[in-house]
Ligand binder design. Sequence first.
Ligand code: PLP
Length: 441
Amino acid sequence: MDVAASRTRELIERDAAAVWHPFTQQSLWIDDDPIVVDRAKGMYFWDTDGNRYLDGVSSLWVNVHGHGVAEIDQAIRDQLTRLDHATFLGLTHEPGIELSEKLLATAPAELTRVFYAGDGSSAVEAAIKMAYQAQVQLGEDRPLYLHVAEGYHGDTLGAVSVGGIDLFHATYRPILLDTVAVSSPGVLRDGQTRSDRAAEVLAEMRETLEQVGSRVSAIVIEPLVQAAGGMLTHDVEFVRGVRQLCDEFGALMLVDEVATGIGRTGRMWAVDHAGVAPDLLTCGKGVTAGYLPLSAVLARESVYEAFLGSANSGRTFYHGHSYTANPLSCAAAIANLDLMARNDTVNRAAQIGENIGSWLTPLEAHSGVREIRRIGTMTGIEVESVGDRTGFAICQEARRNGVWVRPLGDVVILMPPLAISDDELHELVDVVANSIDKVVS
Ligand code: PLP
């Protein structure tokens, strides 16, 4: 055995002995032949055996400009020489201030305040608490949340409460918050259009709100794409309709843009497609270009003002973390937003999305493909099941051909970094299409 292979084997043995991986059935983990990632550059990463893989899902939907980007590397290094970390409780710092300004400048003008958190889940958690507390402080006791089937907002308990994917969430139902769910606007009945489906679910939402609306503090949605639900896409009218219902019934509109934000849909924010301003917007994942953990809640001034009062008013938002607004993460995020502006990344993302759509067109007629769903670069290819783990088998086949993608059940996901070149995108699409053909034909 050569040196590389024995290093790989040793690392896998140590992993098997000491590590518990997220969202992973550990009894299958080692037999599934895990990749030990060694290094990355541009759109590719390499394993400890020297094999190269195209990163077809942006390292789980986070990477924006590729790996090892000089400008972001340098921004983190520069920040490291000034300030590694300082608490944001009782202190402030320039990267945290500057990033707030820059994030707000990209968002609907009605959003005027940034509250930082660590991961997407913790941003959603903060926003859920914020919504309830704001309502209480505005004189309304509204302990319920309205959300959507097949939704995913993270894995902390508040976020799970407003989720709707049974595989991930059903186990925890007895210990969750009080919520009401409506059907998914992205799950169509035979022959139904997305527009009809949006109207139908909005009517269901209205009916629900007519019964319990005075107790609902927020309606929580993933705008345009229910990502972890299998890239279920819905009509832009659904987002507009939710805004109207929020206004009518006094609920806050909480849009979770952890997956859809930072350009993935071909606009900076998915709500930009709808021309709608929410009351609370959560973001994470791509904020730091996939370098470091950082997320945020963007809030309207009216929500923020509901928290103002004297020291003893009880109106403070008693929420925050040890690493809130970590300066290294903020520096990476500032460099990311600067680079996005300089490279016109959002428009390029729209073009990449169009290319994915047209290059996948031949696959639409494939007997093994049920549906291809896509908004911008966020793409799900739902395949016919031909065994226990069809989606996984397709991804393993792609892996053998130098492309790393990860499925959601039998939906193969493509979500490349937004800086991918046309040649690299062709490689991704071709390998995935061939892998689907091999496994499901
Ligand atoms: N919200 C949405 C819409 C997501 O897609 C995800 C993760 O996929 C999350 C929240 C949770 O983010 P994180 O995994 O960073 O906690």
